[in-house]
Design a protein around this ligand. Structure first.
Ligand code: 3UK
Length: 560
């Protein structure tokens, strides 16, 4: 830590006293290009985004409007939220000794205290590092070490793993529970002047939800948190102050941060925070709280469809799907059941939020959409050359947000010539719509054909017997790989060898016949991450084990 004044690359003076983040930024030549030509993205040099998200509403007379609701009857107005944030910010800068630029780890399910603490860190000039509730001591330790975090706030129910981390960490010296925080905050002042940060001071570290390898830490500025609201939300989602948001993604996943905190607060709307948000929990919460906008993953929408009849979901007017591809069959089934068009959007932790999507009237079912206003996207070949419409290649994007890994060689891979290369294979059609194919490394090469697992999954999902499908390559002596499908049947379906044949024929009818799954195994569930993504590596490992083992064992068992 240094006490000197730091001038940022933009020429603006940083408010950070602890300059760790600025020192970890990628060198200029490895940074993506940032586009700010739209007038709504012209932020002032000095900017603390919490002033915009919360205090502005109070100052402009909207302090009595509801900001946050939660089970148990809790509801905070914007004035309540502002006071809560200020008390916690005073505890940070007082008793807990936080100085601008320090990182603070947060560990909690989605609840109001988590949000108040989150915004208090930022208002006090700190850097938030939110973590997924399911992480274990070892994973928390990787984050603490990488981000050099001394202070953590933890929901009392989740202290076990974090205490273990602290015991063996050379950085983490203080773990404050929410109960302790409440006690400390009781006597704190409800006034706190936002630290006068620069618009390009870092305020958030987002660890990628990647499931293998060393975690990557993305860095985001105050202006970035506003930019996702003023690009994606304003132009595509178009929420109003009367909207009420709900959803499942953890706030540590930037999909959840945007959808459940930043987008509602930006327009003075309300958010419903539920700690348990599995499909079976989300529907009752929707019936109780009557939200208008829902954020969750494709698999959760699929799981909710058969349950819709048991709950009153009719308050919903917009539903956003992200995290992995939204198959057309899921779009169609949701529309048939609710009359609503699922709004697909691809986002990434590196980009902070969604950068390709479409407003309802412009949706093409099966396509992700077009670049969000403010962003540009293209499909490039192996050498970075632009590819013609219709040709699959690597997706490259740029806009007001972009990738800045903390002190990481992998920056070179994600940012090429100023473009963010997300690792996804896409096709752009003649009308400028982007169609997802697969993650670059998830293409299955079988007998010389390139086959995208998600396309086969989408075909299987269109069959009435299929609840979920995961498709990977299985090593094969003749073809190199064969297409192997893991299928979760719908509850009332009897699994028979005839069903395998039927599904194979069905896929051959839906897509090019060479893509059909030569082997199908029925499984009770698919391995997924806390962010709703299929863990393909786990399925690939399983397929490799099962290679050459004859007909899939569970198929035989299930058919008995
Ligand atoms: C994949 C999708 C197809 C894609 C995220 C919305 O998922 C988010 O961030 P992550 O860092 O993962 C990024 C990767 O996930 N993906 C996400 N959305 C889609 N693939 N269609 C989609 N609609 O491989 C991407 O590169 O976990 C999503 C908002 C914020 C986020 N962080």
């Amino acid at each position: 830590m240094t006490g000197s004044v730091v001038t940022l690359r933009s020429g603006v003076v940083s408010a950070h006293v602890d300059t760790f983040a600025a020192r970890g930024l990628p060198p200029r030549e490895l940074q993506p290009a940032f586009l700010f030509d739209r007038p709504e993205l012209a932020y002032p040099e000095r900017l603390n985004c919490v002033t915009e998200f919360v205090d502005r509403h109070v100052a402009e007379g909207r302090g009595d409007r509801i900001a946050i609701l939660a089970p148990g009857g809790l509801h905070w107005t914007y004035a309540d939220l502002a006071a809560e944030i200020n008390r916690i910010a005073n505890v940070f800068t007082g008793a807990l000794g936080l100085v601008p630029g320090n990182r603070v780890l947060l560990r909690a399910p989605n609840n109001p205290t988590m949000v108040a603490a989150y915004l208090a860190v930022i208002k006090a000039g700190g850097i938030v590092v939110a973590t997924m509730p399911l992480l274990r001591a070892r994973e928390l330790g990787q984050i603490v070490d990488k981000a050099e975090i001394a202070l953590a706030l933890c929901d009392d129910r989740l202290t076990d793993e974090l205490t273990k981390t602290a015991a063996s960490s050379r950085y983490l010296t203080r773990v404050v529970t929410f109960a302790e925080l409440k006690t400390l905050a009781r006597d704190a002042s409800a006034d706190f002047a936002a630290v006068d940060t620069a618009r390009d001071d870092v305020c958030l570290f987002g660890f990628t939800s990647g499931t293998t390898g060393e975690p990557k830490c993305t860095m985001h500025f105050h202006r970035d948190l506003l930019a996702i609201c003023d690009a994606y939300a304003r132009n595509v989602l178009k929420p109003t102050p009367d909207d009420r948001f709900i959803g499942s993604p953890p706030l540590a996943f930037t999909f959840g941060l945007g959808g459940l905190v930043l987008f509602p607060l930006r327009v003075g709307a309300s958010t419903v925070l539920v700690e348990k948000a599995s499909p079976g929990d989300l529907l009752p919460a929707i019936a109780t709280f009557r939200p208008t906008i829902c954020f969750t993953a494709p698999t959760a929408y699929r799981a909710m469809i058969p349950l819709l009849g048991d709950h009153d979901w009719r308050s919903l007017r917009k539903c956003v799907s992200a995290g992995e591809a939204l198959p057309k069959a899921t779009f169609d089934a949701w529309q048939a059941a609710t009359g609503l068009k699922l709004m697909d959007g691809i986002g990434a932790t590196e980009m902070l939020h969604i950068f390709i999507s479409a407003p309802e009237e412009a949706i093409r079912p099966g396509a992700t959409g077009k670049p969000v206003p403010g962003y540009e996207a293209k499909v490039i070949g192996a050498d970075g050359e632009d590819l013609a419409p219709g040709t699959p290649g690597r997706l490259a994007v740029r806009g007001p947000t972009g990738c800045r890994y903390l002190d990481d060689e992998r920056q070179r891979k994600y940012v090429v010539d100023g473009w963010n290369v997300t690792g996804d294979t896409y096709v752009c059609d003649a009308d400028g719509y982007f169609w997802y194919q697969a993650r670059n490394d998830d293409m299955i090469v079988s007998a010389g054909y390139n086959i995208a697992g998600p396309e086969v999954e989408a075909a299987l999902l269109a069959h009435p017997a299929v609840a979920e499908a995961g498709v990977v390559g299985q090593p094969d002596p003749e073809r190199g790989m064969i297409v192997k499908a893991y299928v979760v049947p719908k509850p009332d379906v009897t699994v028979t060898p005839a069903l395998v044949v039927e599904l194979q024929a069905f896929v051959k009818d839906e897509i090019a016949p060479y893509k059909y799954p030569r082997d199908i195994a029925f499984v009770p569930q698919l391995p997924r991450t806390e962010t709703g993504k299929l863990q393909r590596f786990a399925l690939r490992e399983r397929a490799a084990r099962e290679a050459g083992a004859g007909p899939a064992t569970e198929t035989a068992k299930a058919a008995e």
